[in-house]
Design a protein around this ligand. Structure first.
Ligand code: NDP
Length: 475
């Protein structure tokens, strides 16, 4: 039979996606540059459904029903361009190429425009959930022309995670929008993990708890508002014992965090869009600091000061950390959604933040109970100026403020780094401030560069003649 869908690139993600399609009853054409992976897939999992393997790209394309639909799951960057070229050479007008890799959204915009000229439809689809998600139900964020979604949407929805009967897959918007929101998703994932790390650090060094006890704390937290995949697996990792030494695994892992780049992309894009995603930026920088092993070795032993003062009431401080973690997480998501709104405006994507909260409820790495709250918030008011101003989140953050301040000040006194908690709190204080020192910044800019300023009591731009008689002129 001709296959309604094909997958090329059969490493971990591609082979699991192909198996997911097959298990849902779709005939799936499969192809990989080198045939070993194709053979292995058929040998190991051929009985899970109907696979149509091909060695050449021509045979692969010929095994698909029209319009042909091909998911590319190869290394992002040049390999993706190479595979697109091979496919485009043998595909026909109206065929659809879906890039499920972690492409940079500006590459997706370029590819979509190029393929459109050649009569092909291009869908840049962000896919989250790792290996396990790809096999059992990922969260899928497909962009591209609406017409393409009519054709690929039902197939993608059928393999996506489902929450309350709703698939974690929806048409995001034009060209690069799917990969853009996947990028911000990954940025939020960085922030989430950094905040979890800071909570762990405080439980360990401010309260002296061991990894097993901390795992229990996270397990308890996972029963409340913080319920999420990342909090759940934090307990798993912390309670795991190293087979070689019998000590907690976390104590034998080198404390230098690596990154593949999507967090950095998110921050670069936020800088261009002028959106303060401080939570994501601090997370990316914290990974960089952890990885500066030479500098860290040289700096070890620098004085910490003498103000150390451990919290007396352990249980109360655990609760403070929980509140600070939750409030900081709300800020990180609020900032991520601000970036999505800014990207949407910049590229005319008309994105719906509530839809994203809906499809992130399952399948993806940041899946969490509180995404239901985010969905509700945007359902109620799609024009929310900031997520923290939705009634539910406003109350949650306001209730957490005292705990948040105690945690940040205690960490500071103890010399425990909490860049995520502290910058989230500063962001909150900055956003709610009556007056910011930005007025002074404007004054300084006007002094040295005649950059002008606005007045609180008059329309227009003004300049003070600083090097003359210091009178004011209208610019
Ligand atoms: P890899 O990123 O390791 O890519 C390996 C695959 O790319 C192999 O099938 C390889 O073929 C193929 N490939 C590499 N270069 C070329 C080329 N020039 N021409 C044709 N094929 C090429 O695989 P993953 O499964 O880890 O990831 C696939 C994509 O999914 C990536 O874009 C990744 O960023 C993204 N992704 C990964 C997630 C994960 O958890 N791993 C999660 C979400 C997205 P060959 O066997 O011949 O070498």
């Amino acid at each position: 039979p001709l296959a309604p869908i094909g997958v090329t690139g059969l490493a971990v993600m591609g082979s699991n996606l192909a198996r997911n399609f097959a298990r849902r009853g779709h005939v799936v054409a499969v192809h990989n540059r080198s045939s070993a992976k194709t053979t292995a897939l058929i040998e190991n999992h051929g009985s899970e459904g109907t696979f149509v393997p091909s060695e050449s790209i021509e045979d692969f394309v010929a095994s698909l029903e029209k319009p042909r639909r091909v998911v590319i799951m190869v290394k992002a960057g040049d390999p993706t361009d190479a595979v697109i070229e091979e496919l485009a050479a043998v595909m026909e007008e109206g065929d659809i190429i879906i890039d499920g890799g972690n492409a940079l959204y500006t590459d997706t915009i370029r590819r979509e425009a190029d393929l459109k000229e050649r009569g092909l439809l291009f869908v840049g689809a962000g896919i989250s959930g790792g290996e396990e998600g790809a096999l059992n139900g990922p969260s899928i964020m497909p962009g591209g022309p609406a017409k393409s979604y009519e054709s690929v949407g039902p197939l993608l929805e059928s393999i996506a995670a489902q929450v309350d009967g709703t698939p974690c897959c929806t048409h995001i918007g034009p060209d690069g929008s799917g990969h853009f929101v996947k990028m911000v998703h990954n940025g939020i994932e960085y922030a989430d993990m950094q905040l979890i790390g800071e909570a762990y650090h405080l439980l360990r060094d401010a309260l002296g708890k061991d990894p097993d006890a901390i795992a229990d704390v996270f397990r308890t937290w996972n029963e409340g508002d913080l319920e999420s995949y990342l909090v759940e697996i934090t307990a798993e990792v912390l309670s795991h014992k190293d087979a070689r030494t019998g000590t907690p695994l976390v104590d034998v892992i080198v404390d230098a965090a690596e990154q593949k780049g999507t967090g950095r992309w998110t921050v670069k894009s936020a800088l261009d869009l002028g959106v303060p995603v401080t939570g994501i930026a601090e997370a990316v920088f914290a990974r960089a600091l952890s990885g500066a092993r030479g500098q860290r070795a040289a700096a070890r032993g620098l004085a910490s000061g003498s103000l150390a003062d451990k919290p007396q009431d352990v249980d109360a401080f655990v609760e403070d950390i929980r509140s600070a973690l939750y409030a900081s997480k709300v800020i990180a998501y609020a900032q991520g959604f601000d970036q999505i709104a800014a990207g949407s405006a910049e590229y005319d994507w008309n994105l719906h933040p509530g839809d994203l909260a809906t499809i992130w409820r399952g399948g993806c790495i940041i899946r969490a109970r509180f995404l239901n709250r985010i969905k509700d918030a945007y359902d109620e008011n799609p024009e929310l100026p900031s997520l923290i101003l939705a009634p539910y989140f406003r109350e949650a953050v306001e209730n957490a403020v005292d705990s948040w301040r105690r945690v940040v000040s205690t960490a500071t006194l103890l010399g425990i780094p909490v860049p995520g908690f502290a910058s989230a709190l500063s962001y909150y204080d900055g956003l709610r401030a009556e007056r910011l020192p930005a007025a002074l910044t404007q004054g300084l800019r006007d002094f040295f560069g005649a950059h002008t300023y606005e007045r609180v009591d008059a329309e227009g731009k003004f300049h003070t003649l600083w090097s003359e008689d210091r009178s004011e002129v209208q610019a």
